[in-house]
Every structure is written in C-alpha cells, then in structure tokens.
Ligand binder design. Structure first.
Ligand code: HEC
Ligand code: HEC
Length: 266
C-alpha cells in the first residue's frame, strides 16, 4: 500500500499510466480483431500502390487526384469496375486522343490493375469489380439462355449485331464484336457504359439477366456448336448465299431439264 501511494505521488505516474492504458487497449484491440486490422493494412497498401501507378501513368490525362483535365474525364465515382474494364481490355492508358480507343494488348498484371482500381474506388463510390457468381453463365438452363437471347436482341443488338458480331456507328465509331470479350468484361461494360454505350444498372438489369445475356453470347459465338450447318457462321449473308446457290441453282437445273424434255416431245 505504501509503495503504491509513493508511486502515485511520483511526477511520472500520470504519463506512465496513460501509456500503460494505451498499450492495454491496443493489445486488446489487436487480440479481439486481428484479421480485420491486417486486411485493412492490406487494402491501404493496395490503394497506395495503385496511387503510385496512377500518378505515373494516368494522371497526365486524368489529373493528379483523378479530378480530370482537358485530356481526360474525371474518374471520381466511376468505380473499380470501370478501371478493371478499361485497363483489362487494353483501352487505358490511352496513348493519344482518338475517336475510339481500340482493344489492345494489356501490359499490366491483374494485381496492378486491381491496385489502380482500388485507388480509384477509394476516391468515390461506383460499381465494384464483380465476383464470378455475378457474371459466370455456368449452370444456366436452356430457357434462361433463350431469355438472354431476347434480352440481347432487345437491348444490345441494335449496336452490336444479332449475335454480337459488332457494328458501325456514326462519326467513325463502332460497337465492337463481343465474340472474344471475357464474361467479366461484358459484365463491367454493362455496368459502366463505356463511350456511347448506355449504362445498364442493377435496377434495370439484375445480375441474373446479365448472366443470361452472357450465357446467350457464349452459346451463340463460342463453340460447341449445337448441330446444324453453320454455313460460315456469318449470319444472314452466308445463309442467303446458300439459298441462292442451292435454290436458284436447283431451279435452273429443273428449268433446263423441262425445256430439253419439251423440245424432244415436239
Ligand atoms: C492520353 C490520355 C489518357 C491516359 C494516359 C489515360 N486515360 Fe483514361 N481516358 C482518357 C479519355 C480521353 C477518356 C474518355 C474517352 C473514352 O472513354 O474512351 C478516358 C476514359 C477512362 C475511363 C472511363 C471513364 C468512365 O466514365 O467510364 C477510365 C476508367 C480510365 N480512363 C482510366 C484510366 C487509367 C486507370 C489510366 C492509367 C492506367 C488512364 N485512364 C490513362 C484519356 C487517358
Ligand atoms: C447505343 C449503342 C450500344 C448499345 C445499345 C450497347 N452497346 Fe455495348 N458498346 C457500344 C460501344 C460504342 C462500345 C465501345 C466503347 C469503347 O470502345 O469505349 C461498346 C462496348 C461494349 C463491350 C466491350 C467490348 C470489348 O471489346 O471490350 C461490351 C462487352 C458490350 N459493349 C456489351 C453490350 C451489351 C451486353 C449490351 C446490351 C445489354 C450493349 N453492349 C449495348 C455501344 C452499344
């Protein structure tokens, strides 16, 4: 008891107690919540890494805080999905201003892309990078894929063609072919609406409908072919050609035969 009283009177007692209290609280917190705090540092590191890469390769057009410049729009609020789509298809970083950026080879690792995406997402809320359950068409029934077909014809084919082969648009722009686009990038394009493409939000187009559209595109473009002649798979043009060759060709054979027979009978 005497020792304690002596200690309390000591001039360093208060600061020492304060530090002790802080250490106890800190240890307690770390003990209660170790996972969350390590996940948090991981995210912070990822955001910092992303910011460094962004400052180096994107800020010349999008600004040092992604607030936009005369060379590129603001990215505040576009979300991680927009960055994953733009960088993942090689559109960004743009080399120069052009009417429409082509799909190019990707020179960044998925890890780097996700870091930049995390940084951009930290600046303002927007669509997140989806998980595979959100876009994978695996396990869809034939009925659901057929529904994806009608959704695609109603919402997308005007620009992208009936089976997603692509199409021209005014002013030298074009809606690209969707044949080689990955399921994740299709999902992200719909949620972020690049350039002239409208944005399809979750209210308009729930994840299930997006999966059905992706299922339809895979079914229409990706083999396995479900039987029948593909006739070059170029749609109405080649089908018309075959009808022309076999149809008209066959008719002229029949006509020649009738004419010959008629001539003999006379
Ligand atoms: C040479 C200039 C330039 C550079 C460098 C550049 N961008 Fe862009 N970016 C643009 C322009 C212009 C647009 C708008 C036109 C378009 O969407 O094609 C754009 C659009 C975008 C969009 C779409 C925004 C939206 O509203 O959906 C994203 C995301 C994006 N850029 C990310 C990046 C990232 C990340 C980098 C760096 C890795 C980068 N950009 C580098 C010029 C640039
Ligand atoms: C008004 C015309 C229009 C409509 C409607 C439209 N798109 Fe697009 N889409 C575009 C344009 C233009 C681009 C190219 C944007 C760019 O290059 O930045 C594009 C790009 C895409 C891409 C990226 C392809 C790639 O090569 O990276 C996908 C995927 C896509 N659209 C899917 C869809 C789907 C699915 C629908 C229907 C739900 C749809 N689009 C409706 C015009 C359209």
């Amino acid at each position: 008891m005497k020792l304690l009283t002596k200690f309390r009177r000591h001039s360093l007692a208060r600061p020492a107690l304060l530090i002790l209290a802080l250490v106890v609280v800190g240890l307690g917190y770390a003990g209660v919540n170790p996972q969350r705090s390590s996940a948090e540092t991981e995210t912070t590191q990822q955001v910092e890494q992303g910011k460094a890469l962004f400052d180096l390769t994107c800020s010349s057009c999008h600004g040092l805080g992604a607030e936009g410049t005369s060379q590129g729009p603001t990215l505040i609020g576009v979300g991680a999905a927009a960055v994953d789509f733009q960088m993942g298809t090689g559109r960004m970083p743009a080399a120069r201003r052009e009417a429409q950026l082509p799909v190019r080879e990707v020179n960044y690792s998925q890890e780097q892309i996700e870091a930049v995406a995390a940084y951009v997402a930290s600046l303002g809320a927007g669509p997140a990078i989806p998980s595979s359950e959100q876009y994978s068409p695996e396990g869809l029934s034939d009925d659901e894929i057929a529904r994806g077909g009608s959704l695609f014809r109603a919402n997308c084919s005007a620009c992208h063609g009936i089976t997603g082969g692509g199409g021209a648009m005014p002013n030298g722009k074009f809606a690209p072919s969707l044949v080689d686009t990955s399921s994740r990038h299709i999902y992200e394009a719909m949620r972020t609406g690049p350039q002239q493409m409208p944005t399809f939000s979750k209210d308009v187009m729930p994840d299930q409908s997006v999966r059905e559209i992706i299922g339809y595109l895979e079914d229409a473009n990706g083999q396995p072919n479900h039987g029948g002649l593909t006739m070059g798979d170029a749609g109405p043009v080649s089908e018309g050609l075959w009808v022309f060759i076999i149809g008209i060709g066959g008719l002229s054979v029949v006509a020649t035969w009738i004419a010959k027979k008629g001539a003999r009978a006379r």
